[in-house]
Structures are given as structure tokens and as C-alpha cells.
Design a protein around this ligand. Structure first.
Ligand code: GDP
Ligand code: MG
Length: 735
């Protein structure tokens, strides 16, 4: 049996860095059973032995306020790892030890990995490691995870500490709580209440902390004892409110910090610099989160992010487009005409290429976002925006999810939905999850680009800003609506963490950027590939019946029969239309016209065409014709598909397939199209059902298909109502 080590610590303490350092490539990523919190495990082979390492989710506490906390706690209790390696940020020791104390209270064997010693040193913080270890009664190993320094010593300590039983740390919580705890402990032990899982005193504490998970578990196990404990808890609460004007919860936190403080004060920690000097972070914060300057700087940072993304990605986007264009050209030349070629070129290369073309843009966007996040600035943004977001039933931390999803333009709702994991309150998290798909993700951009260029050529930037505003206002209002109806309820108050600023490392940036980009690329390789082929098939089959084909054929024969053999030969041998004789040219145009009509008839007759036609009965209210409908149905699979499907539908249906008109020009000329229709279509695109992959993610993140189905139905109805309004009002105004 292998020795199991759990890595635990606050977010940003360096867990992932240490995990990678220990396990190298021997890792495996999955999920904890039943929830969507990521579970990383790996094997560490070393001189000290072979260990199985689990990377627990980063938490600040072990209460049941967030999914991460519950997962971490359940893991520790149920799986009983042989040891917890608690990684703490030495430059922020007091705050970090808060979690360590809780592990120790649970009676779990802990080894402290005192990370970021380099940062601590730079800040002039000196830590007496031996003294700290002695006072806490656990091994403490100083290290710099980023360079691997201290890794060997850590493993040696771990090997040495295995099998040494740990007794729960005892912290005094003041006479009131201690007395009540004693009383509870007695009842708990007498009734063997949850004692198979947790230390008795710890369970008592959880009753004071109003820990929902433990309260529920207790009530189902043994209602009678649970009631008794609840009584004691309530009595204490009343007593403390009356005498000290505090909640037991607050008192418990105070005492834990008090314990930590008293440890640190015993010559464990020394500041080489003047202690009164404000920490650099605080000084920076005075400017960056200043009431007046803060928001201005934030707008500036966002504008810079936007500029960075779009300027630097332009060239790589061209390259990728070029590569796919080349592949498409080669395939076209190599394969014989027919269904296979049509499927590979129109279905696969155009479909997947359309998505891959956005990869550089997405990557630059995520690189910028990772920089903002890793440096600690994102937390300040959340902090400043919290007041606005709260009005709409969201939380400052929602901002990350919105921006990743395309809040500034060009993101992806898939990682956006995942970014909502950082939200602690389940209701705010759900409201965020359900509204981030309204943001203008990278897949919607080409739809706007196409329509704006074709119908609003003089006001491109203005319309783009308008669409961004509409998506934000829509998202916030819908969030408010949801929070006052289906997900009504108090939000969990919690203090936002403002970690010290840190200069991001290249490696960290790269990992964070790559993880998110990869999510996006995986979508192209799997879902979009399948959908492209499916849509291609739906637009191709069933082909025309023999009679209709024969009719077109006879029309062709009729005109070819009417000309001389020379002319026929000419159109077969001369490629350049300009060199053709007038007769040959006329013939060629006539034949192309028939080809176009045949293609149009075939598209109308195809499965997709029939669906589009059927939907036209209501979609005309918003000004959408059957071709647009096909594109929108395809867009449910992936929004990228909207443009490519419109392209296919309008080029297949074009009476003059030889024309070099771009899709935009074609649309501008097509009957029924105009600025109003285009705008209604953009409104629909903002709001309608999230793409298929996002829907799957919503289901996974919320743990239920109900919310996924809700977002499809609700968003589509909302989008339809809004686009009908836009079209109808717009038509009135324009005419
Ligand atoms: P996690 O949230 O606990 O998984 O933290 P990460 O492993 O992602 O680390 C957060 C940041 O701290 C990254 O940018 C790391 O490169 C950086 N980091 C990790 N360990 C050290 C260290 O010992 N010294 C310094 N200076 N930075 C570190
Ligand atoms: Mg991590």
C-alpha cells in the first residue's frame, strides 16, 4: 500500500508549483466524486520513498462556506491521507496559519511547507523555523517551491513523520465557549455522535460555527443528540450576544488568530525593516483602489488588455488562417470532386478552421487575463466592482467569470463558467454561471464583424461598443431577475482576500494561459468537428430526386446543344474568364446560373432547409429568413458555426456562384436584409442559448441538467422577444 500525502493550503500559496515539482509528469487530473472541483493526483518517486500526492483545492478555512472547503474536508476525513503537507506563504504567515490550525484541531498529522522563503526574505521577514516547529509541535520545512529548494528536506520530514500519531490541537476559546464545549464533548462521546469520523471537540465547534454540512449530517445520524447540541449552541449564542456582543463564530476566529499571534510573537518572526513601514502592497493599494483614481486605472487596464489582445494577435490570426486556407487549397486540388471532398472541405476544414483561427486571439486574451490575475490586481478589481455587482445580486468575484467569457470582447464562456468556481456563495455563483454566456465571446465576434461591416460600415466601433454595453446590461438585469425569483435568497457575506501583489512568473502565466486555451481548442477538435460534419450532412441530404436533377440536366443540354463544339471546347480549356469569346462567356454564365439554381433547390430541399423553412413561420417576426434560421440552429452547436453556415447557405444558394462577392456583400444585396434585420440578428446572437459545450459545462458545474436546460430555454425565449422587439420597432423607425 502506498503512502498518501495531501497537499493543502491557501490559494496562491504555491500548491500547484510544489505539486508539479514533486510529481513531474506523473500526474492525473480528474474530479472529486459528484462535484466539479478538480482533483489532481500524482506519484512522487524520491530517495525518501514513493508517495502518492493529492493536490487539494485551495482554501482559507475548513468551514462549509464553499465547495472547495467541503471537498477538502471530506477528503481529509473520508480518505484519511497519511499526512497533510500544508503549504504556507512565509511572507503572509499569520493569515496562512489560520488553515494550519484547523488541520491541527482535526487531529490530522501535518507537516508545514514554509514556502516563498525568497519573498519573505526580500520583504525583510525573518522566520525562526525551529522555534516555529517546536511551538506548533509539527515539522516545518522552509522552501522555495519555484526553484525546488527544500524539496528533499520536505520529503525526508514526510517520510519521518508517517505513522507518528497526532493528537488534536487544543485551543482555548474563552471561558464561555470552553465550558459549553466541555458540555458538548461529554454528550458527543456518550452518544458516540459522529465520533467515528471527527474529534468530539471539533464537532462541538462546528455547532457553534453553524456549519451546515455537519449540522445536516448530525441531524440525519442522531436527531436527539443533534437537538441537544443545537440547544447548547443557541443558549451560548444568546449568552454571548448579551454579555460580549459577539457571535461565537467571531470569537472562535479571534481566538484562533490569538493562538497564532502568540506563537509568532515568541521570537518566531522578526522584521528586519522598520515594522511600521507600510507594506509595499498597501502603498500600491492606496493608489490602485483609490475611490477616484481606482476606477479610472481599472478602465485603463482593461483598455490596455483589449489593445494588447487585438493588436498582437492580428498577425498570428492571419498565419493560422493562411495555414487552413493552404490545407483547404491542397485538399481541393488533390481529392476528386464528390461527396467526400465536399465533406472534408466544407464540413471539416472550414468548420474546424473557423474555430482554430481564433486560437491566437483567445490565447493573447488569456495571457493578459492571467497577468492581471497572477499579479493580484484582479482581486482589487473584484473588490472595487463588488459594490456595483452586489446591486444585481452578484459578487465582485463574478467579474473574473464575465471577463473571461468575453466581457471586454473575445473570450469564451467555457472557461468563464469554470472561473465562477472561485465564488463562494452558491446563489451568486449560480447567477454568475447563468449570465456569463451573454458576454460577447470570441465566437460571436465574427458574426458581428460580418454584419457590422456589411450594414453599418461607417459606425463600426460605435456598434461594437453598443453591443458590449447591451450584453453587460442584459447580463446584470437578468442576474437581478434571477436573484429575485428562481435563485432568491441572502448572499453569504464574506470578506474578500486581497493577496499581496506579486510579479507573475513566466511559467505560471504560461500554465494558466495554456490551460484555458486548451479547453477552447479541445472544443474545436471534438464537438465542433462533429457538428460541422452533421450540419454539412443536413445541408447536403437528401439530394435532389432524379426527376428534378434530370430537369436541370435537360436545361443544360438545351443550351449546350445550341452552340458550336468550338465554344464548348473553349469553356473547358480557357480558365481565365476575361479571355473568353462573347459566346463562350454567355454560355458559361448561363450554365453557372443553372448550377446556382440547382444548388439553391437542393439546399431548400435538404433537412436543414426544411427545418429553416418551418421555423420561418415565426422567425419572420424578427426578420430572419430560412437561411438565417439554419445558421442559428447551427450556432447552438457552436456560435462559430453561424458565420460559416450563413456562408455555405448563401454561397450554395447564390445564383451566380462565380461571383467574387464576399459573404457580407452577398447579404447586403440579398432581399429582406437590411440594418434592422442585421441588428435584430446581433441581438439574438448575444442572448440566445449558450453553445452546446457551455451548456454541458453549466450542467457539470451546477451538478444538474435542470439549470442547463433552463439556460437554453430561458435565453432563447429572451433572445427571441428582444430581437422581435428590435426588428419591429426598428422597422417602424426606419420606414
Ligand atoms: P496555488 O494557488 O497554491 O496552486 O499556487 P501556485 O502554485 O499557482 O503559485 C502561485 C504563484 O506563486 C505562481 O506565480 C508561482 O510561480 C509563485 N510561487 C510559487 N512558489 C513560489 C516561491 O517559492 N517563491 C516565489 N517567489 N514564488 C512562488
Ligand atoms: Mg493551484
Amino acid at each position: 500500500m502506498s503512502v498518501v500525502i495531501a497537499l493543502a493550503g491557501n490559494p496562491n500559496a504555491g500548491k500547484t508549483t510544489l505539486f508539479n515539482e514533486l510529481t513531474g509528469a506523473r500526474q492525473q487530473v480528474g474530479n472529486y466524486p459528484g462535484v466539479t472541483v478538480e482533483k489532481k493526483q500524482g506519484i512522487c518517486v524520491s530517495e525518501a520513498g514513493t508517495f502518492e500526492i493529492i493536490d487539494l483545492p485551495g482554501t482559507y478555512s475548513l468551514t462549509a462556506y464553499s465547495l472547495e472547503e467541503v471537498v477538502a474536508r471530506d477528503y481529509l476525513v473520508n480518505e484519511k491521507p497519511d499526512m497533510v503537507v500544508n503549504i504556507v506563504d512565509a511572507s503572509n504567515l499569520e493569515r496562512n496559519l489560520y488553515l494550519s490550525v484547523q488541520f491541527m484541531e482535526m487531529g490530522i498529522p501535518v507537516c508545514l511547507a514554509l514556502n516563498m522563503m525568497d519573498v519573505a526574505q526580500k520583504r525583510g521577514i525573518e522566520i525562526d523555523v525551529d522555534r516555529l516547529s517546536e511551538l506548533l509541535g509539527i515539522p516545518v520545512v522552509p522552501m522555495v517551491a519555484r526553484t525546488g529548494k527544500g524539496k528533499k528536506e520536505l520529503l525526508a520530514q514526510v517520510a519521518k513523520g508517517i505513522d507518528k500519531p497526532a493528537s488534536p490541537l487544543f485551543i482555548s476559546y474563552g471561558q464561555d465557549i470552553d465550558k459549553a464545549l466541555d458540555e458538548m464533548e461529554e454528550i458527543i462521546e456518550e452518544n458516540h455522535f459522529l465520533t467515528d469520523i471527527y474529534p468530539a471537540r471539533w464537532v462541538g465547534l462546528k455547532y457553534f460555527e453553524n456549519d451546515t454540512q455537519i449540522l445536516e449530517l448530525g441531524a440525519t445520524r442522531d436527531q436527539e443528540t443533534a437537538d441537544k447540541l443545537m440547544d447548547i449552541g443557541e443558549k451560548l449564542q444568546r449568552h454571548m450576544s448579551a454579555t460580549l456582543d459577539v457571535h461565537p463564530e467571531g470569537m472562535i476566529a479571534d481566538q484562533r488568530y490569538g493562538f497564532i499571534n502568540s506563537v509568532l510573537k515568541q521570537n518566531v518572526i522578526r522584521f528586519a525593516y522598520d515594522r511600521n513601514r507600510l507594506q509595499r502592497s498597501d502603498q500600491i493599494d492606496k493608489v490602485l483602489t483609490n475611490r477616484f483614481l481606482g476606477p479610472l486605472i481599472m478602465v485603463g487596464v482593461l483598455a490596455a488588455l483589449y489593445q494588447f489582445t487585438f493588436t498582437y494577435s492580428a498577425l498570428p490570426v492571419e498565419w493560422v488562417d493562411g495555414i487552413f486556407g493552404w490545407i483547404s487549397g491542397v485538399t481541393d486540388a488533390v481529392l476528386p470532386d464528390g461527396l467526400l471532398k465536399s465533406m472534408i472541405v466544407s464540413g471539416i476544414i472550414d468548420g474546424v478552421g473557423g474555430v482554430m483561427g481564433f486560437v491566437p486571439l483567445i490565447m493573447f486574451m488569456f495571457l493578459g487575463i492571467s497577468f492581471i490575475e497572477d499579479s493580484g490586481y484582479l482581486a482589487r478589481m473584484a473588490f472595487m466592482l463588488d459594490r456595483v455587482f452586489r446591486i444585481f445580486g452578484l459578487h465582485g468575484s463574478s467579474v473574473m467569470a464575465f471577463i473571461v467569457s468575453g466581457g471586454i470582447a473575445g473570450g469564451c464562456a467555457v472557461p468563464g463558467v469554470m472561473a465562477a468556481r472561485t465564488l463562494k456563495s452558491p446563489r451568486e455563483r449560480l447567477a454568475t454561471l447563468l449570465t456569463v454566456p451573454f458576454m460577447n465571446c470570441g465566437a460571436k465576434l465574427p458574426v458581428y464583424a460580418l454584419l457590422i461591416a456589411a450594414f453599418f460600415p461607417k459606425k463600426q466601433a460605435m456598434i461594437m461598443v453598443l453591443l458590449t454595453l447591451i450584453s453587460w446590461i442584459g447580463a446584470l438585469l437578468v442576474a437581478k431577475l434571477l436573484r429575485t425569483t428562481v435563485i432568491r435568497g441572502e448572499s453569504t457575506p464574506f470578506v474578500m482576500e486581497l493577496p499581496p501583489y506579486r510579479f507573475p512568473t513566466l511559467k505560471g502565466l504560461w500554465i494558466h494561459t495554456w490551460e484555458r486555451t486548451w479547453q477552447y481548442m479541445k472544443k474545436a477538435g471534438t464537438v465542433i468537428l462533429g457538428i460541422s460534419i452533421l450540419l454539412w450532412a443536413m445541408m447536403t441530404f437528401p439530394g435532389l430526386d432524379d426527376t428534378t436533377t434530370a430537369q436541370f440536366e435537360s436545361r443544360r443540354t438545351a443550351i449546350t446543344d445550341a452552340v458550336t463544339a468550338d465554344v464548348l471546347k473553349e469553356i473547358e480549356t480557357v480558365d481565365n474568364a476575361a479571355e473568353l469569346s462573347p459566346e463562350a462567356r454567355k454560355l458559361k454564365d448561363a450554365l453557372a446560373g443553372i448550377d446556382g439554381q440547382q444548388a439553391q433547390t437542393r439546399l431548400e430541399n435538404s433537412v436543414a432547409g426544411r427545418m429553416g423553412k418551418a421555423l420561418e413561420k415565426i422567425s419572420y417576426l424578427a426578420g430572419f429568413d430560412w437561411r438565417t434560421n439554419i445558421a442559428l440552429v447551427g450556432g447552438f452547436a457552436a456560435k462559430e458555426v453561424v458565420v460559416s453556415t450563413l456562408g455555405t447557405a448563401y454561397s450554395l444558394g447564390d445564383v451566380d456562384p462565380e461571383s467574387t462577392d464576399s459573404l457580407g456583400e452577398r447579404l447586403a444585396k440579398a432581399p429582406g436584409w437590411g440594418p434592422v434585420t442585421a441588428f435584430a440578428l446581433m441581438i439574438f446572437t448575444i442572448f440566445y442559448a449558450p453553445c452546446f459545450v457551455t451548456v454541458v459545462c453549466i450542467a457539470r458545474e451546477t451538478g444538474s441538467w435542470k439549470w442547463a436546460a433552463f439556460s437554453v430555454g430561458f435565453n432563447t425565449v429572451l433572445a427571441f422577444v428582444l430581437s422581435v422587439l428590435t426588428y419591429q420597432v426598428g422597422s417602424l423607425l426606419v420606414n
